[in-house]
Design a protein around this ligand. Sequence first.
Ligand code: AMP
Length: 249
Amino acid sequence: MKVLVPVKRVIDYNVKPRVKMDGTGVDLANVKMSMNPFDEIAVEEAIRLREKGAATEVVVVSIGPAKAQETLRTALAMGADRAILVTTDDAVEPLAVAKILKAIADEEQPGLVILGKQAIDDDSNQTGQMLAALMGRPQGTFASKVEVEGDSVTVTREVDGGLETVKLAIPAIVTTDLRLNEPRYASLPNIMKAKSKPLANKTPTDYGVDTTPRIETVKVSEPPKRVAGIKVADVDELVAKLKAMGVAA
Ligand code: AMP
């Protein structure tokens, strides 16, 4: 069974995003970029499935600027077998990504597609669900445990009320949550080896997908600064203040 893992190059989770002066978006010039953390978890899970003998090949794919190649090389250094880079300078939206992934899945016929539950740049949490709908395949989102048995996969999902377990027929779509695993670091020898692993270069047109944005960004602005709190002497003063603010009757 082949496992396909889409990985997105995003602003590093340690970086505090800055909004561009003209309010058209987030300033990405000279900012550290990394693999989306949930995608690292997806790569790790796919590699573990191969190590357990449940998967035979791990293929990673990224859709984005030419520099997304670095993200793919990181995934190859972790242990993925080969990579596909779909280059575009458009800001690709989840639907366009899902359409490209569907075309790749049609070609590659993976048993599982393991995506992150969300990309930490746009926080959309849409691509996996859209891909499952486009492919007409079952989905197990927000996975904290994934077990493959024969032609089915059992996914433990993190839901609001606790945990839910679903059994899906393969081929299926899984999206990862934080507790699924702890991704490995790539060793230096593996980083060197990753340089010679196969990486195919494609474009959205190769898959017949138009990536022109459908959403118009009107304005991007910083969240309002938090105003300083105040200390009250006792409950009476607190209630009086809340009443004065109109938040208590
Ligand atoms: P989103 O729906 O944008 O929050 O992204 C959810 C997941 O879809 C990510 O964790 C990735 O696994 C995948 N994904 C989204 N955008 C891309 C992209 N441009 N290239 C590769 N994978 C992506």
